[in-house]
Design a protein around this ligand. Structure first.
Ligand code: NDP
Length: 314
């Protein structure tokens, strides 16, 4: 690795979703002179969605990419230095903390706010990709409303899938739940709720053969793994709820993560095990994963960074 440039930063923010931008707004207004590196997906997961209707302040709803553009403008208005680049390596064992961007540029930061988010896991079948955003979604709470009064399918058998299936069952006429084994991974109470919901049909030992539809989702073909039997079920929406992958790989040698890779922070705090390193948004939240909760923890991270920097006299 050839390190070309070293730059000193007071408050570095890695990631540009709702958590990162909110941290930037608060940090800039507190005169922490934040520098943000956006990561590859500028604006985070919301730039891959269409309408956002559950973020307060947008009574008519807003397109995900437009909303993130608003976040960006607000962060810039208070002086955040926003740059495109990917953090590729860190060394949090030193003071200041070291972060390499694109394997070349070295930053030395007094405080670092990690807001690199998470990515939904996908099945990996071509029709799922082709119809993404046209009936295929990885977030029932975000998109379920668009399928009110229709039949939908959901894949997965963890707590998220159960929670989302129940959420969808209140909006949709029927939810077809595709479970790949003869049992669910979800907690017993969630499983019981799903089984007891009259308009959820569970397909055990089953996989998604294909999502069908020309321009929008029209049906799903389900295959029973034991019998090989294929069933085509007409649906308007296809939800994938098979887990998320937090973007924490480069931090793992320095900060604590759980068995799924989510960064562990102190209770009611964004503080990580390393002093001066804070984590917010979907990188450390596997429960709520909403733009508004990510923004909330982004705010917390900036406030905690500000307090820490002033306590340490940086
Ligand atoms: P999990 O990893 O717990 O579950 C993923 C589910 O998806 C499993 O049932 C798995 O099947 C299934 N799956 C994985 N890959 C495929 C595939 N290719 N095809 C079909 N099915 C697949 O993820 P969750 O997002 O559900 O939960 C993550 C964590 O968050 C958990 O610890 C959970 O308890 C927690 N959580 C807690 C909530 C709460 O407390 N209210 C709410 C939501 C999440 P298999 O079982 O066969 O491996």
């Amino acid at each position: 690795m050839s390190t070309e440039v070293v730059e000193k930063v007071h408050c570095l923010i890695i990631g540009s979703g709702p958590a990162g931008y909110t941290a930037a707004i608060y940090a800039a207004r507190a005169n922490l002179k934040p520098l943000m590196y956006t990561g590859l997906l500028q604006g985070g997961q919301l730039v891959n969605t269409t309408d956002v209707e559950n973020y307060p302040g947008y009574p008519q709803g807003i397109l995900g990419p437009e909303m993130m553009e608003d976040f960006k403008k607000q962060a810039e208005r208070f002086g955040t230095d926003i740059r495109f680049g990917i953090a590729t390596k860190v060394d949090f064992s030193t003071t200041p903390k070291k972060v390499w961007i694109d394997d070349t540029k070295l930053l030395e930061a007094d405080a670092v706010i990690l807001a690199t988010g998470a990515e939904a896991k996908w099945l990996g079948i071509p029709s799922e990709k082709r119809l993404n955003g046209s009936g295929v979604s990885a977030c029932a709470v975000c998109d379920g409303f668009f399928y009110k009064g229709t039949e939908v399918a959901i894949v997965g058998a963890g707590d998220t899938a159960c929670e989302e299936a129940i959420y969808l069952s209140k909006l949709c006429t029927r939810v077809h739940m595709i479970v790949r084994r003869d049992q669910m991974r979800a907690s017993k109470i969630m499983q019981d709720r799903v089984v007891d919901t009259h308009n959820i049909t569970i397909y055990w030992n089953s996989e998604t053969d294909e999502v069908l539809g020309e321009n929008v989702v029209e049906a799903v073909r389900i295959v029973n793994k034991l019998t090989g039997e294929k069933t085509t079920v007409p649906v308007a929406g296809f939800f994938v709820a098979i887990g998320h992958q937090p973007n924490s790989a480069i931090f793992k040698d320095f900060i604590e993560t759980d068995d799924q890779g989510y960064v562990i922070t102190a209770p009611d705090s964004t503080k990580t095990k390393i002093e001066g390193v804070f984590a917010c948004g979907d990188l450390q939240d596997k429960i709520y994963r909403q733009a508004v909760t990510a923004a909330g923890t982004g705010c917390m991270a900036a406030l905690e960074a500000e307090r820490w920097l002033s306590e340490k006299g940086f």
